[in-house]
Design a protein around this ligand. Structure first.
Ligand SMILES: Nc1ncnc2c1ncn2[C@@H]1O[C@H](COP(=O)(O)OP(=O)(O)O)[C@@H](O)[C@H]1O
Ligand SMILES: [Mg+2]
Length: 281
């Protein structure tokens, strides 16, 4: 059997210590193969975002091991982790996290630019990726000139450009209407059919139907996937959630600072990389 794109083995994550300790995940094991889209469902606070953050190397487990493409993350330095994240992992969040001062094409190309790909190669890849997502005509628009669904498709394009084969989407349709949601999910599905591995957090059983299987979490453990799913309202997050959320498809502000492409530096001023202003909810 080939190496899974993502493997979690006996992963636990405890936030805090002592009496206030929160066991966000308990002994969770999960494999996601290339070509597979796995939906993650469960009530608010059940550990879904914690799972995605661990899978995306944005956070480290308290115990257990996470592997991306066969590479165990536990032994990597922060620099190696950042590099692996940039190269292999794409993250998509509810609020898009596009950089407002860059065009759609620049947003999508940024991960490749940070990896030092030649500008011409980047431009070609960006064009092909945008086209495959039906965004070919929107390359030069800024995020605020795009609809929510278009922005989210740009975010997915950015999440999957280059060699990154693992896409982690945390309620990517949370801010979209149902028609646009289906479009975004169709894109995600198509990318997985094309060989990417995907993890999709969603509250909507209808959206989970795009996945090959559903992992249902409750209190940090996987419970029977066949359990009836309670429909949730918009999830309420703990106050730390926004702080741990990463801008730019998994590129942290630090990643951006390190090797930011010279021609974009002026437009990646501190703050610019911290994502667009929040939409009113
Ligand atoms: N950085 C953190 N600090 C403290 N508690 C946290 C942190 N992140 C998550 N938690 C807690 O861990 C549990 C799981 O949270 P989370 O993974 O965000 O759940 P979900 O995404 O399913 O709503 C919750 O009880 C949450 O309050
Ligand atoms: Mg969450």
């Amino acid at each position: 059997m080939s190496t899974p794109a993502l493997r979690l083995v006996g992963v636990s994550r405890v936030h805090g210590t002592g009496e206030t300790a929160v066991h966000a995940l308990r002994e969770l094991s999960l494999d996601v193969s290339a070509g597979e889209l796995v939906a993650v469902m469960g009530p608010s606070g059940s550990g879904k975002s914690t799972l995605l953050n661990l899978a995306g190397a944005l956070d480290r487990p308290t115990s257990g091991e996470v592997e991306i493409g066969g590479i165990a993350l536990g032994g990597l330095t922060p620099e190696e982790l950042a590099r692996l994240r940039r190269r292999r992992v794409g993250l998509v969040f509810q609020d898009y996290n596009l950089i407002p001062s860059l065009t759609a094409a620049e947003n999508v190309g940024l991960p490749l630019e940070l990896e030092g790909h030649p500008a011409l190669v980047t431009r070609q890849e960006v064009r092909a990726t945008l086209k495959s997502l039906g965004l070919g005509g929107l390359a030069d628009r800024f995020p605020d000139q795009l609809s929510g669904g278009q922005q989210q498709r740009v975010a997915i394009a950015r999440a999957l450009i280059g060699e990154r084969r693992l896409v982690l989407a945390d309620e990517p349709t949370g801010a979209l209407d149902s028609v646009t949601s289906e479009e975004v999910l169709a894109v995600l599905r198509a990318r997985c059919d094309g060989g990417a591995a995907g993890l999709l957090v969603t509250h909507e059983p209808r959206h989970a139907a795009w996945a090959d299987r559903v992992v249902y979490l409750r209190d940090g453990v996987v419970v029977d996937g066949a359990s009836p799913v309670q429909r949730q309202g918009r999830s309420r997050e703990h106050p730390g959630a926004a702080a741990t959320r990463q801008p730019s498809g998994g590129l942290t502000t630090g990643d951006l600072g390190a090797g930011a492409p010279a021609h974009l530096v002026g437009r990646l001023a501190p703050g610019a990389a911290d994502g667009p202003p929040r939409r009113p909810t």
